[in-house]
Design a protein around this ligand. Structure first.
Ligand code: GN1
Ligand code: MG
Length: 343
């Protein structure tokens, strides 16, 4: 069977004439399968949506429609490339049990690591601008795209559950990682304390650096992408995922354990950019919570990668068996560095 058996139906539903030869895999996302459709000058992004991870596509449609209606887009100096509706006006198209969607292609550079503090500053400004442009929309109007997505207590419990049910032997590196992550319980307690104090906002909730498209010369941000997880959250989530993916000397997939350090120059640049936009809009507590974001988001990704490894790699795309174990180890190295400086 052709790998693109769904293409004729897709063409009909969008009124397009895409030929298989125009489609090629694109990007580094861990969740959906992303393709670039290229026909002469015209380019589009096609995604085969992962509805095992996102079990409620209708919530995503609701959130994205709300965003289109209510966000102050004149406050945004970049594009939010939301899905293009099909001929029936829907953001998703269901074909043979799989959801697809098509979005505008935005030209520029999408990177897993940035080169200098100025780029960090631009990235932080862009994500803070996103929160600010939606700050007037009551966060509770957004639906939970993934229930408990950034709930550290829930993720800790899911790790315990994975540990109980795993078929893997807890020895060597795995043992060290399990012990390390179970010892992060104090962050769960801090998470619960911050929850009492902070307002919920519309957050992007997946602010890793490759969810931005920079201009070719890195002079500005052209687009904020990956708009599936936009939902109610805390401001420090979005600052924290930036810290995790920007203020680190190595990328998330590095196995050069010795080289994984916090880059405090980039960290400072993130803070400057985020606060330049957020001052006056965010509460004092929200500003004080930002350093916790780096710790918490690194820890939660460690919990999730490790749990996925224990569960037999059922969630994240992997390219080799130990990849989630290695991702969890990478996050452990970064978290140790952050704790040394920030605790
Ligand atoms: C996933 O789709 P992608 O690669 O941008 C994940 C994020 C994690 C990230 C870790 C829906 O994001 O939460 O931070 O991998 N998205 C989902 O790299 O789980
Ligand atoms: Mg992504």
């Amino acid at each position: 069977m052709s790998p693109f058996s769904w293409l004729p139906a897709l063409n009909t539903q969008y009124g397009l004439e895409i030929h298989p030869s125009l489609i090629r895999p694109f990007g580094d996302g861990h969740i959906h399968q992303t393709f670039l459709i290229e026909s002469g000058e015209e380019k589009l992004i096609l995604q085969r949506f992962n509805n095992l991870v996102f079990k409620y596509p209708e919530r995503i449609s609701h959130n994205q429609s709300l965003l289109i209606e209510q966000i102050d887009s004149e406050d945004l100096p970049y594009i939010l490339p939301l899905p293009i509706p099909n001929l029936a006006g829907e953001l998703f198209t269901l074909i043979e049990g799989t959801y697809f969607r098509i979005s505008p292609f935005v030209a520029g550079r999408c990177v897993n690591e940035i080169e200098n503090p100025h780029q960090a500053y631009l990235a932080a400004k862009a994500f803070a601008q996103f929160i600010k442009a939606g700050i007037h929309i009551p966060a509770k109007e957004f639906q939970e795209a993934i229930p408990g997505f950034h709930d550290l207590e829930l993720r800790y419990n899911q790790l315990l559950e994975a540990l109980k049910n795993t078929k893997r032997d807890i020895v060597g590196d795995l043992k060290e990682l399990v012990e390390f992550y179970l010892a992060q319980k104090d962050l769960v307690d801090q998470y619960l304390r911050w929850k009492e104090k902070l307002p919920l906002r519309l957050t992007h909730s997946d602010t890793k650096i490759n969810n931005l498209i920079f201009a070719e010369d890195f002079s500005k941000v052209n687009a904020v992408i990956d708009l599936d997880t936009l939902m109610a959250g805390y401001v420090y989530y979005d600052f924290g995922d930036l810290v995790r993916t920007v203020a680190c000397t190595e990328g998330e997939s590095s196995k050069d354990w010795e080289k994984i350090r916090v880059d405090f120059t980039k960290y400072e640049a993130l803070l400057v950019g985020f606060l330049e936009v957020g001052k006056g809009a965010f509460t004092e507590d929200e500003i004080y919570s930002l350093p916790f974001g780096g710790l918490m988001m690194t820890c939660i990704m460690g919990f999730r990668f490790l749990a996925d490894y224990l569960n037999g790699n059922i969630y994240y795309t992997i390219h080799y068996e130990e990849q989630n174990l290695h991702r969890a180890k990478n996050q452990m190295c970064l978290l140790k560095g952050l704790r040394e400086k920030l605790n």
